[in-house]
Design a protein around this ligand. Structure first.
Ligand SMILES: [Zn+2]
Length: 352
């Protein structure tokens, strides 16, 4: 029986040497110290031994049990220490290493410019009105007083979408300007109260498309910002005041504006408006030439356009203006080529 205990102890210690993790150690504990382990069988059989054998075997069995329990505790501690050491090595954090660079996103210069203009016009009480980019010829041209075959259409040649079954005089087009939004907006406003249409004071931003030979100053797509104010008693002075105020809010209190007579089918009278060059202060430089920067077109809304929008030109007048967002951004940031805006070149975009 004593030899048997020595065998048990030897087998247990050998098996313990192969234990490498907590799970194996638990299995070992069950096998050698558990209720049905050989060692426990010895304890269970003590009652069947003679009076002489019983204390000797009992004492030896207790020794073996204590020895195995001590080894179990030591092994458990050893495994924990090893696991800690391993995790310290594997997950070590070296705070002296340079950090991983996270590139910071930013808004496109065009979006920044638009948002600044929203702020400027928002302060003047204008609301943003969004209109579609795909238009009918009727809205893009005809309702704005560009009849079919009108020569002014040549300035705004665009992409015509071949739509089956559509009237030849009313094809689908990519809008050439944001002005068709004027008709959409006026019709929406006037429908609220056809007898007494409410006044309109909106800006219409968005992408427009032209069939262009691209160069440093021309793109086949660009952003426009249009403004429209309609109401009783609106005059050309209101138009001049609004655009001059915009120039001052954008370029500083000393900014001056200039209006030159022009022609647009949907305004009468019409004027192109310039802002005094903020680069040279009006003295004349390489960018402006004669001291003035050409910004956009403007005028009093043509009576035909007012009527097409549901406003009686005998009771209502209005002004409208429009200009290219990129044009303003190019002036403001000294950008030399309009094509840079849509090339997605980070070297350009990261400068804003
Ligand atoms: Zn200048």
């Amino acid at each position: 029986m004593l030899e048997n205990l020595t065998e048990i102890e030897k087998a247990a210690l050998e098996a313990l040497g192969a234990v490498r993790d907590e799970a194996a150690l638990e299995a070992w504990r069950v096998a050698f110290l558990g209720r049905s382990s050989p060692l426990m069988q010895v304890f269970a059989g003590l009652g069947g031994l003679s009076k002489e054998e019983r204390p000797v075997v009992g004492q030896r069995a207790n020794e073996v049990k204590k020895a195995l329990e001590a080894r179990l505790a030591a092994k458990s501690e050893e495994l924990r220490a090893a696991a800690l050491k391993r995790s310290l090595e594997e997950e070590r954090l070296d705070v002296t290493l340079p950090g991983r660079h996270l590139p910071r996103g930013r808004l496109h210069p065009d979006t920044q410019m638009l948002r600044e203009l929203y702020r400027v016009f928002g302060e003047m009480g204008f609301q943003v009105y969004r209109s579609r980019e795909v238009e009918s010829d009727e809205y893009n041209f005809q309702l704005l007083n560009f009849p079919v075959g009108h020569p002014a259409r040549d300035m705004q040649d665009t992409y015509f979408v071949d739509a089956d079954g559509k009237d030849a005089d009313n094809p689908t087009v990519l809008r050439t300007h944001t002005s068709p939004g004027q008709i959409h907006a006026m019709r929406e406003y006037s429908a609220r109260d056809p007898q007494n249409p409410p006044p309109v004071r909106i800006i219409l931003p968005g992408m427009v498309y032209r069939y262009e030979q691209t160069d440093a100053r021309h793109e086949m797509q660009f952003d426009q910002l249009e403004g429209l104010a309609v109401g009783p008693g609106i005059t050309f002075s209101n138009l001049k005041g609004t655009l001059t105020d915009m120039a001052r809010r954008l370029f500083g209190p000393q900014a001056r504006t200039r209006f030159r007579a022009s022609f647009f089918p949907f305004t009468e009278p019409s004027a192109e408006f310039d802002i005094e060059c903020f680069l040279c202060g009006g003295k004349g430089c390489a960018v402006c030439g004669g001291g003035w920067l050409e910004i956009g077109g403007s005028g009093m809304v043509h009576p035909v356009v007012l009527r097409n929008g549901g406003y009686d030109p005998k009771r209502y007048t209005g002004f409208a203006f429009g200009f290219g967002i990129q044009r303003i951004a190019m002036l403001k940031y000294h950008i030399s080529d309009i094509r840079l805006f849509w090339q997605n070149d980070l070297r350009f975009l990261e400068q804003f």
